[in-house]
Design a protein around this ligand. Sequence first.
Ligand code: GSH
Length: 207
Amino acid sequence: MSLTLYGFDGSPYVRTVKMLLKEKGAEFNQLQVNVMKGEPHQPEHLARNAFGKVPVIDHDDFRVIETSAIMSYLDEVLPGISLTPKTARDRARSHMAQAIYDSYGYGSMASVFGYYLFPDFIGGQNDASRLQGIEKSKLVLSELMKIKGNDPFLGGPALSIGDLYLAPACAYLSMTPDAEEIFATKGFADWWTRIQELPSFKATPPQ
Ligand SMILES: N[C@@H](CCC(=O)N[C@@H](CS)C(=O)NCC(=O)O)C(=O)O
């Protein structure tokens, strides 16, 4: 069995996949496709993903693009702990977290952490978009914490794919002066402490 991950360590979506691979204890090769250098849009990577995005994985002769597909595929085929909750309701909670992050979270969070950490990549420091991003990120986190409720993780009692989606963008937000305001949401602090203690989180710092 061979497993190759295409995507560089600065990408939140790539880190989501790497955290799953670490949770599973899987062996894999990684080929750094650097988003900051525009490498996803070079012909070599466009042949892997015509939309010019990372991550991409090759599992033997089978290629998967799109983080949601990669995560559910790898969770199913790799041995180790399952990151898919056991009940239909907890699966829905994890899935809601993933979809909310994809649809409303990543873009708004990136307009905040990108402002400080990667201004050139997001087309320069735009205060209006950063302020809008702060408000939307707060809404996203407060809705996700409602989904979590009193459980330790977004999909219930155990770590699931939904948590692995949210963690990397929160790591970038935590490096900005806006983190305190965005993270003030009820329930977030406990979840964030738990995530930062995960060996899979510690083993995948952005570079
Ligand atoms: N829908 C894609 C989104 C992945 C994505 O946005 N990846 C970013 C890095 S975090 C990327 O490849 N950006 C390159 C670019 O847009 O030029 C997925 O779920 O995998």
